[in-house]
Ligand binder design. Structure first.
Ligand code: FAD
Length: 398
């Protein structure tokens, strides 16, 4: 087991470190007063549609940063070589995100490309995949439904074959940015199937007849998921992503790799919160001494989270089955971040409840992370299932 980066990856990490130090950190004071939309990644889709001059000013700043990052060769890092990217390893992507998390500027390197879109074939590549890589199109992810969220195998949206098409009927809850995305990756099941069987993923353009955005839902996390309804929405077979009936594997692949990024992001957010607590310390008080010992304990746990995250990413690079590691990281990361924030709010007191305070801001994102992309209970369930499946092997380690 070796998490060291190759010399090229180490150079890349150093370039990101430099970019963060030279281009992002100097903008932090300016971003303290940024409109709310610049918390998280909302600005990438919604803010660009705004006519508010102040929002436009920040969008311009972000777009300049994109140009600077691209000029430094830091843009298409996780994109496969066949599409012109650097195809860096999972471990290197964790190291890069760790550098980015050293600043509070909500800046991500690269355009959002859902990893399952790399299953695009034929005309799908030029219609959906390449425009996402270039940042010209965005997509939403439509899996959760009113009666199937934590357990997506209960999904009820149907895809009924009809000649060369499928007819989609059903409701999707919470696909983030579906109202501003160019298309949705929609999961539906073939008639008469149950559980994981028959699940199929479709790429459906916004505005296709029968596809309706019912509402967008403002959340404390800053993102705005939507409710989507499909009523006799006709989609050609050519817009099936992957194979008919093999969509379950795609939704699992999407969730799996994201969980390691959640690990390193939660690590960075926790450190920023603990720094905010430490800044407020009065060095002579007993209370400070007690808080310092708790911070010391958290730092130990954070180092464990960091190691677990790198280990999972390394295993993913070795093409090992990382379902349990991904669940471990998602659970540990989001629960630990929540504990750190709760402690920070307690120590700093009412001033940390101001809407723009770093602790309050982080709280809003952190709470939803324990639910989104698989709630904590489901991660516990995955770990417990692995324990029963592998039983003795896992317990021997204890
Ligand atoms: C801000 C936000 C953005 C989102 N973005 C997207 C998106 O882009 N695409 C998408 O498809 N979905 C998205 N979601 C949906 C999200 O993934 C689901 O909310 C989540 O999976 C939980 O599903 P649910 O809301 O149906 O809750 P339920 O399935 O009803 O579960 C509610 C709670 O019950 C508990 N629970 C459920 N099942 C079990 C069990 N078997 N054992 C023990 N406890 C259990 C858990 O604590 C869970 O939190 C988003 C949600 C939010 C809030």
């Amino acid at each position: 087991m070796d998490f060291r980066l190759s010399p090229e990856e180490e150079n890349l990490r150093k370039s990101v470190e430099e970019f963060v130090r030279e281009d992002l950190i100097p903008l932090e004071p300016e971003f303290e007063n940024a409109p709310d939309i610049f918390e998280g990644s909302r600005w990438k889709s919604r803010a660009k549609l705004s006519h508010d001059p102040e929002v436009k000013r920040y969008v311009e700043m972000m777009e300049n940063l994109e140009k600077q990052a691209e000029a430094r060769g830091l843009w298409y890092l996780d994109v496969p070589k066949e599409y012109g990217g650097a195809e860096v390893s999972n471990v290197a992507m964790i190291a890069i995100t760790e550098e980015l998390e050293k600043t509070s500027i909500p800046f991500e390197l690269g355009n959002h490309v859902s990893n399952i879109l790399y299953n695009c074939k034929g005309d799908q590549v030029d219609k959906f995949l390449r425009p996402c890589i270039r940042g010209e199109k965005t997509s939403a992810f439509g899996l959760s439904e009113p009666a199937s969220g934590a357990d997506p195998s209960m999904l009820q949206t149907t895809a009924t074959p009809d000649g060369d098409d499928f007819i989609i009927n059903g409701t999707k809850m919470f696909p983030t940015f579906a109202d501003v995305a160019d298309f949705v990756q929609l999961f539906a099941r073939l008639p008469g199937t149950q559980g994981r069987e028959g699940v199929t993923c479709f790429l459906i353009d916004t505005g296709t007849p029968g596809y309706r955005v019912v509402r967008s839902i403002a959340t404390i996390a800053g993102t705005e998921p939507c409710e989507l309804v499909f009523e006799n929405c006709r989609v050609p077979k050519s817009q099936v992503l992957g194979e008919v009936g093999k969509g379950w594997e795609l939704n699992q692949a999407w969730l799996g790799t994201r969980r390691f990024q959640v690990g390193i992001r939660s690590h960075g957010m926790s450190q920023r919160v603990l720094r905010a607590v430490a800044h407020g310390f009065r060095h002579d008080s007993e209370e400070t001494e007690r808080a310092a010992s708790t911070i010391g304990f958290f730092l130990g746990e954070l180092e464990a989270l960091r190691t677990l995250t790198y280990l999972g990413a390394w295993k993913a690079d070795q093409k090992l089955d990382v379902r349990t590691e991904a669940a471990d990281v998602k659970l540990f990361a989001t629960e630990l971040l929540h504990e750190v924030i709760d402690f920070a709010l307690e120590i700093v007191g009412p001033s940390a409840l101001q809407k723009r305070h770093v602790i309050a801001r982080t709280f809003r994102h952190a709470r939803s992370r324990r639910i989104v992309e698989g709630p904590s209970e489901i991660q516990r369930h995955i770990i417990q299932r692995a324990l029963f499946r592998e039983g003795v092997t896992l317990l021997e380690l204890i």
